[in-house]
Design a protein around this ligand. Sequence first.
Ligand SMILES: [Zn+2]
Length: 299
Amino acid sequence: MQAIVLGSAAGGGVPQWNCRCPVCSLAWNGDSRVKARTQSSLAVSVDGSDWILVNASPDLRSQIADTADLHPRVEPRHSPIRAVLLTGGEVDNTAGLLTLRESQSFRLYGTEPVLAGLTQNPMFDVLGPSFVTREAVRLGQSFEPFEGLRITLVAAPGKVPLWLETEAPLIGEATDATVGVLMEAAGRRLAYVPGCAMVSEELRAWISGADVLFFDGTVLHDDDLIRAGVGAKTGWRMGHVPMAGENGSIAALAEVRVGRRIFVHINNTNPVLIEGSEERRLVERAGWTVAHDGLRIVL
Ligand SMILES: [Zn+2]
């Protein structure tokens, strides 16, 4: 099994189009300590010719262009992308589906509420049913998008998409609105959790034993956005557990048996994005890798 981090940033990417937070400012200024990053997505393959995307980010077109493995190989029309799996219904998870129109066949997997979100937005009807098969997947039910790869979805504590939020949205509930993904091939296991509000006992249990874990690195501290002066929302309010602190993911996952630990879905306000910074060193000393676009992991 191999996985490519197509996009390692959270919503907005790095730099974000309207942002002058300290990290984005360095990126706009061309400072080599901050790499540009596109919005979160992962591509996974077993044989190198068939691929599944986990989430279709708004940057999908450029991510495909930058990744030779995903280029069409057969005239006149072809794509190695055989399937797309959605872990949530946010714009960040789904907007790239609009890039995948053009009458190309693939299967689209997600939980029932996530697929219902697409049905509510008629623009996604450009992915016509004669080409794109939508398959609702229940939590805990395994499926094989292609031979040799088994996928199971697990509830991740999170929240409903921003565009479906009510005045007081429930946060931290483990439902099928936000899911984690467990992939297994030839005895190797990959866990992908790009959005997670808190590290629960259940989460720890199913991550345990993974050869590689890709985990939500949106914020370093709960108040990153407030510290950066760009907003009033905490990590919790956005449905994301911080990396640092007593209840942060680094501490909460420290005792869990995992091969490699990699932060993905990193918001542009997060100072770990600055190479050589104290914050980056803290995360790396704890045994974590801060993902960059194009990072390839072979299992
Ligand atoms: Zn920023």
